[in-house]
Design a protein around this ligand. Structure first.
Ligand code: GDP
Ligand code: IMO
Ligand code: MG
Length: 420
């Protein structure tokens, strides 16, 4: 099965980094196909914690790592990331950057922050890393791509054209200071020197690898419900987070994908604003947050916590064509005697459904209908087998979704996973 996509099946932070790291050992190439430094993927090895922002989670195994055209790159953050890995003895020599990936520029950061401030109570709660404005400029064809950095004349001209418009917005609409051309152009020319060795034809690399029968992992960032087209718009990110996004995001065709692994927590979290039917009311929300360490990797914000939502997960199975599931953080639920699991939504008209509502207002008003499963008591998920009640929880998920749960996460460390 050479082409495997690993995709977040909820609202992000499902533990994708850990699962990608686990599977990367036996892979040849690991690729990121969407998003930028709004992602934060955590991998824990031998008591050391590594956090990736742009970098594919295969980096720790020294695998060839691709950052595809569908990504957006903040060169300053990316260079910091390179330096961080190198200083910890991890080679970045096999990292490959697509020249078609768009560059996050300082005005994107300024506009992301100012736009959110202006929205006030209506804000999305973005990571303020300039993601939305960068993808907007890409679609508007005003973007600067990584390959532009390597041509100083083109770079300067593109910055000039962009600044003519962006400074108007910054000054007149958002009341912010304008950005100065010279300092910016020379800073980005400096970045170009550092990035040049990583620049490669990544579409060709990925396609060749698959054709040659190598094992390629494609690592989605964020999650299904944050997808720009099918997520809980407008409370979404600005890229295609779904498994299918791996094709345009890397420059390969759909026939190159053999399997899709959906990563889901055994409960649900969400950072930022937006509807969340199974969000827990009362002290159990804080308990899940504390036990699960549910604070944002990128922003440190508290993650909102909820019980497992199988209606939303069923939607994720559909949108991604998920062929198997990695269910992470089951250990966090060990503290609870009873575990509500949402199997249906009750809609405004009193009817119930097990399918994700197609209309936003139905979703906003949806009330979860729970089945309550038994907890497994003392919390010992350390062994080779799951205790009976934990196995029943996992089998319940499989039965409801019609998809196998092939991995169960029982702790943050690399080896804390049961392969079923
Ligand atoms: P990602 O963005 O999907 O890669 O997920 P994050 O890294 O942002 O958040 C997941 C968090 O859960 C990280 O702190 C992981 O170290 C941790 N984690 C992953 N799997 C497990 C697990 O099975 N159990 C526990 N307790 N923690 C886990
Ligand atoms: P990983 O890859 C969780 C959320 C933000 C916000 C919305 C839009 O670590 O799972 P953006 O900055 O992208 O414009 O913010 O999307 N968001 C994430 N939430 N995990 C992520 O990434 C996220 N990336 C974006 O919190 O609600
Ligand atoms: Mg994360």
């Amino acid at each position: 099965m050479p082409g495997t996509v690993i995709v977040g099946a909820q609202w992000g932070d499902e533990g994708k980094g850990k699962i990608v790291d686990l599977l990367a050992r036996d892979s040849d190439l690991v690729c990121r196909y969407n998003g930028g430094p709004n992602a934060g993927h955590t991998i824990v090895v031998d008591g050391e914690t590594y956090k990736t922002r742009h970098m594919p989670s295969g980096i720790l195994w020294g695998k060839e790592c691709v950052i595809g055209a569908g990504c957006v790159v903040d060169p300053g953050v990316f260079i910091e990331e390179l330096e961080e890995f190198e200083s910890r003895g991890i080679s970045t020599e096999l990292v490959r950057l697509s020249g078609n990936a768009h560059v996050i520029m300082p005005w994107h950061l300024a506009i992301d922050g100012a736009g959110e401030r202006r929205l006030g109570d209506l804000q999305i709660g973005t990571t303020r890393r300039g993601i939305g404005p960068t993808y907007a400029d890409k679609a508007y064809r005003l973007g600067i791509r990584l390959q532009d950095l390597f041509e100083p004349k083109i770079l300067r001209q593109k910055i000039e054209v962009a600044l003519a418009e962006k400074n108007l917005w910054l000054e007149r609409v958002y009341g912010e200071a304008p950005i100065e051309l010279e300092e910016l152009a020379s800073r980005y020319e400096g970045y170009a020197q550092r990035l040049r060795p990583y620049f490669a034809d990544t579409s060709l690399i990925v396609d060749r690898a698959i054709v040659d029968g190598k094992r390629v992992l494609m690592e989605g960032a964020h999650g299904t419900l944050l997808d720009i087209d099918h997520g809980t718009y407008p409370f979404v990110t600005s890229s295609s987070t779904l498994a299918g996004g791996a094709c345009p995001g890397l420059g390969i065709g759909p026939t190159r994908i053999d399997q899709v692994i959906g990563v889901a927590k055994a409960y649900v979290t969400r950072v930022g604003a937006g509807p969340f039917p199974t969000e827990i009311e009362g002290p159990d929300q804080d308990r899940v947050r504390e036990l699960g360490g549910e604070f944002g990797t990128v922003t440190g914000r508290e993650r909102r916590c909820g019980w497992l939502d199988l209606v939303a997960l069923r939607y994720a199975v559909r949108l991604n064509g998920i062929t198997s599931i990695a269910l992470t953080k089951l250990d966090v639920l060990s503290a609870f005697a009873e575990l509500p699991v949402c199997t249906r939504y009750e809609l405004r008209d009193g009817t119930t459904t097990d399918e994700f509502p197609a209309h936003q207002s139905d979703f906003h008003a949806a009330r979860p209908v729970y089945e309550v499963l038994d907890g497994w008591g003392d919390g010992s998920l350390g062994g080779d087998d799951l205790p009976p009640a934990a196995r029943r929880y996992v089998e319940f998920v499989e039965h409801e979704l019609g998809v196998e749960v092939s991995w169960v996460g029982t702790g943050a460390e690399r080896e804390r996973v049961l392969v079923r």
